[in-house]
Design a protein around this ligand. Structure first.
Ligand code: FMN
Length: 208
């Protein structure tokens, strides 16, 4: 598939067939993900590939648990609670996905990061997190485009991350790994409609 076809065919797919996803295809997706650019070329992305149904179920349960906790808060009025609860399927839809990839980033310290953190700790904190998140996001985009090119559906999901701390425990992740996205992969139950790009004039300004 041509690059431009892959980009327009990529859609968020949340329902998958039972067909399994061979580890060879997952390896291809992750290796393509590692071709992404990264701040200071640190390649900070890390991936956890989960086929185990029980572990996937535990991740989903941790999201239900934290959504229920949010709903107990007296800070939310009934209307907001009802609206928030409607997002539940969007944060838990991967329960039956054949495979779930948890995309993580490993915290690192660069020389500019070290210099700024000594001079202005607050500025350094923000830029450190931003650059890690952006590098991992670049890899995540490569990953989901590779999934499309191989004929799979996927969905980049961050809503479930309200349970990130529980997920780190469930997956027994090293402390310096931060979870940035949940990406289920599987054969789409139905073919999604390719996207049309927004018009250049709507999203860009030109300074001549
Ligand atoms: C950073 C990010 C977080 C997202 N989080 C979720 C999520 O938690 N649950 C979900 O169902 N979709 C999630 N999505 C998918 C978006 O809803 C989707 O990309 C958007 O509606 C456009 O649809 P498309 O991907 O089919 O073009 C996320 C996408 C991005 C880029």
């Amino acid at each position: 598939m041509d690059f431009f076809d892959v980009v327009s065919k990529r859609r968020s797919v949340r329902k998958y067939s039972d067909e399994s996803v061979p580890i060879e295809d997952i390896k291809k997706m992750i290796e393509v993900a590692t071709l992404a650019p990264s701040a200071h070329n640190t390649k900070p992305w890390r991936f956890v590939v989960i086929y185990n149904r029980e572990v996937i179920k535990q991740l989903v349960n941790s999201v239900h648990k934290w959504m229920d906790e949010v709903l107990k808060s007296p800070e939310l009025d009934d209307e907001l609670k009802e609206h928030y609860n409607k997002f539940r399927p969007y944060f838990t839809f991967y329960e039956n996905a054949p495979v779930v990839i948890v995309v993580c980033g490993e915290h690192f310290e660069s020389i500019p990061g070290k210099a700024v953190s000594l001079a202005y700790p607050e500025k350094a904190k923000a830029s450190k997190v931003n650059s890690l998140e952006q590098s991992v996001s670049a890899a995540t985009q490569n990953l989901i485009l590779a999934a499309t090119a191989l004929g799979y559906g996927s969905c980049w999901a961050t809503g479930p991350l309200l349970a990130a701390e529980d997920m780190k425990k469930i997956l027994n992740l090293p402390p310096e790994w931060e979870i940035f996205a949940i990406v289920p992969v599987g054969k789409p139950l139905k073919q999604a409609v390719p996207k049309k790009p927004q018009k250049f004039e709507e999203v860009a300004i030109v300074i001549e």
